[in-house]
Design a binder for this molecule. Sequence first.
Ligand SMILES: [Zn+2]
Length: 325
Amino acid sequence: MNKFNLGIILKGLNFHQLKKIIFLLIFVNQIFLAQEKMISITIDDVPNTSEYLYNNFTPILLNILDSLEIPFAIFINESKILQTDSIERNKALLNLWIENESSTIGNHTYGHLRYSNVGLDSFLTDVEMGERFTIRFANRAGKPVKYFRFPYNDLGKDSIQHFQGKSYLNSKGYTIAPFTIESSDWMFNHVYEHYLKTGQIEKAKNIGEMYKEKTMQIVEFFEKMSLAKYGRNVKHIYLCHDNKLNADYLTEIISELREKDYQIISLDEALTDPIYAQENRYYKKWGISWMYRWIEKNEERLKWMRQEISLNEIQELYETFSKVK
Ligand SMILES: [Zn+2]
């Protein structure tokens, strides 16, 4: 239909008919918006200085993210600077992550202590120790350090600790970084590295493929849950780690997400979704998805959690290889 014909048709319509057409267009637009798929990539336990040393001081995962030209958020554990002997180079590595134009910066504590175990005082010290270089480097790069992610996503052992931790972080100007999707990449990575180190390359590849497959299944699960609960696909936040597995497989995961029409967005943008304004109603220490935390009734939460994709196979391998030293 060309403009001329459309003009004639619109001219022939009365006010009520025009109003109906406008409402219909708004409705169709909303359906398209509801189908838009967006996800933010967030990376914990940065910087992985052991991998950096092992790879001759090449920041492989950072280089990959840079070449993908996607926004990403990093959550830093400054204790990692002291994990190998190359302290000055490790500091420079941290700086590279921070000054990268696509990175959003978050504190993940200095030593990755578990809040519910160590209690409030030690936790606060760990948060503040985690700011030493991060804030200095971020200032130099002209970036804020406005996010905080709890190690293990352990927000405290009960509602009192939850409240205390949250109040303290808010008073320091931090926003607690949630996530909706994670696929236990740390467990896959442990098994993956075990196979690589013992020369079992084929087995390692199988683990990498399994990681990709399970991640995509979990994405699909949370898509379904999102549609069921909110009538649309929410702006998701994916949590993974700075490890060898993601250096080797995150590119493929990103391209599979894109094939499924996902747009990769920044953490700032993801958090503009009103779902993140909801209250966290889960007061235990376990690091579960915020998709579950927003559910009021425990029974309903458990109903959803029971439907999540099984990771038993990798868990069994992880447990076996965690015992072998
Ligand atoms: Zn962590």
